[in-house]
Design a binder for this molecule. Structure first.
Ligand SMILES: Nc1ncnc2c1ncn2[C@@H]1O[C@H](COP(=O)(O)OP(=O)(O)OP(=O)(O)O)[C@@H](O)[C@H]1O
Ligand SMILES: [Mg+2]
Length: 495
């Protein structure tokens, strides 16, 4: 089932269940209208479209064009019909319009009429929040984009060199997944006309454009790859696991019969390198890193949160193969356990949708989730089949602390050979990676004003002056450790 079929089915359900007011947010007005026409035909209903400039098209064309008149017309109509109001949001600031819409809601629940608001902007007055159901239009699929590309190439054929290159076509179509049709058209025009040819260069431009669009979507954030595993100390088991899967997203791996890795849950103590690892995985595998801030999907209208969640996941799939990073996942889905009446079960529903996606996704999106508290983690997340593996990232041991000190000294252009690393690491029992780094930085701050180089004693002093989190949170860490010893793999090598 394509996402378009899903959309139509959803639309059908809402119409059948007599949801009075649907709000479709999209820039693709024409496509949305076509789909609405299909939905109307499926249910043998008439469909009438209103705009401020033209009033209602079709045979029900009303005399007046005003917003209130349009609503009056809907109210008085006895037909089984879908009424589509385009760009209606500016009018929903007027009291009479809001009042009329509320009258309509009451009336429509008892009729076979559906009112659809179609607009690129979502604006709903608080009085109507409970009555409006928000739907998102799915993005075009490969077939839609291929048609769009071919049509565009057809139009420029005489003027520009467009030899048919199936391989390039395939790549461009894949790279365009995630665009709306009009965005795709614009990028094709810009890329292809700029260099007066349909070439490999266009592909790079398309990918660059896509980054921009992902950024604007507001749910996902493209991370530029900086960190790699050279900057991660210790965690040898985890590194080995990841290295073994370096080529897991290649066709070669598929031919060999390997499944694509699904994802990892990194559980552990604060400041020990979970976020760092997430970033390093993308570098290691050469995949784009998308950070997904789950908090951004929550919206206040019925269906909006679910629609946003779907949109974010669709976007990630469109950008696959990619690493999707959910930091501090226990916070993201905090509302999904316990008293869910607080948000009428929305958190629980989006969490459920996320879990289903995690288990059933067909696209190569590798999910890296991090958490440092198991108590607030919904148990369903830990069930088999969600993640390939759960790794526990503990405080670094002696050898790991040496490695981390070395990394951070090097990072600041100091020669680690000049420092008594083993001794310092012993002093730093119970310190996290972040705290080791912090000790180096603060020793630099104290040496700098004196106009001299740092030495081992500076670092030793900085370590002594710090009370590591592991002391303050001793019980919590113990509890986490004993929980993890039964259920997670140790990220570090030998203890
Ligand atoms: N194993 C490590 N090797 C090298 N540096 C580390 C390591 N662990 C932590 N650091 C340093 O500490 C910083 C913070 O670590 P990071 O953000 O990865 O911790 P975290 O496990 O995600 O913590 P939190 O649970 O608080 O989010 C890193 O950017 C890095 O500079
Ligand atoms: Mg973190």
């Amino acid at each position: 089932m394509t996402s378009l079929d899903e959309f139509l089915e959803q639309l059908n359900i809402y119409v059948r269940a007599r949801y009075p007011l649907l709000y479709i947010v999209t820039w693709e007005e024409e496509r949305a209208e076509q789909l609405l026409r299909r939905a109307a035909a499926d249910r043998s209903k008439a469909i009438y479209v209103w705009t401020q400039t033209e009033g209602f098209h079709g045979k029900a064309s009303s005399k007046g064009y005003s917003a209130v008149e349009a609503l009056n017309h809907v109210l008085s109509s006895a037909e089984k019909a879908i009424f589509v109001l385009k760009d209606f949001h500016p009018f929903m600031k007027e009291d009479v319009v809001i009042r009329r819409l509320r009258d309509i809601v009451a009336d429509l629940k008892r009729s076979y009429k559906t009112l659809v608001l179609l607009s690129p902007i979502l604006e709903v007055p608080p009085e109507l929040e409970k009555d409006i159901t928000v739907l998102d239009l799915p993005l075009p699929d490969e077939a839609d984009l291929r048609t769009c590309l071919r049509e565009f190439l057809e139009t420029v054929k005489g003027r520009i060199d467009v030899r048919h290159d199936p391989d390039l076509e395939e790549k461009v179509v894949k790279a365009s997944l995630g665009f709306t049709l009009s965005q795709a058209e614009n990028v094709f025009a810009r890329a292809i006309i700029a260099d007066r040819a349909f070439s490999m260069d266009d592909l790079h431009l398309i990918l660059a454009e896509k980054k921009q669009i992902v950024r604007k979507s507001g749910f996902l954030e493209f991370y530029d790859l900086g960190e790699d595993f050279k900057q991660v100390g210790g965690l040898d088991n985890l590194k080995l696991w990841l290295e073994n899967r370096s080529h897991a997203f290649t066709d070669r791996a598929r031919v060999y019969g390997l499944p694509e890795p699904k994802g990892l849950l990194l559980l552990g103590v604060q400041g020990c390198g979970k976020s760092l690892t997430a970033k390093a995985i993308a570098s290691l595998w050469g995949l784009p890193l998308l950070r997904f801030d789950v908090g951004t999907v929550f919206g206040s209208y019925i269906g909006q949160t679910e629609a946003n969640m779907r949109r974010a996941l669709k976007m990630a799939e469109a950008l696959s193969p990619a690493v999707l990073w959910l930091d501090e996942i226990e916070k993201a889905f905090a509302g999904s356990t316990g008293n869910s009446s607080a948000d009428s079960g929305v958190s629980a529903r989006v969490f459920g949708a996320f879990l289903t996606w995690l288990q059933e996704k067909k696209k190569p999106v590798f999910v890296v989730a991090t958490a440092n508290n198991v108590k607030s983690l919904p148990p369903e997340l830990l069930r088999k089949g969600r993640f390939d593996e759960i790794f526990f990232v503990d405080l670094p041991n002696q050898a790991e602390r040496e490695g981390i000190l070395e990394i951070h000294l090097k990072k600041r252009n100091r020669d680690p050979g000049e420092f008594p690393l083993a001794e310092l690491a012993r002093e730093a029992e119970g310190f996290s990676g972040a705290e080791l780094e912090e000790a180096i930085v603060s020793s630099m701050y104290s040496a700098f004003p004196e106009g001299r180089e740092i030495n081992g004693e500076d670092i030793a002093r900085a370590l002594k002056e710090t009370v590591p989190l592991s002391v303050l949170l001793r019980e919590d860490i113990q509890a986490l450790r004993s929980w993890a010893s039964q259920r997670a793999r140790s990220a570090s090598g030998k203890r």
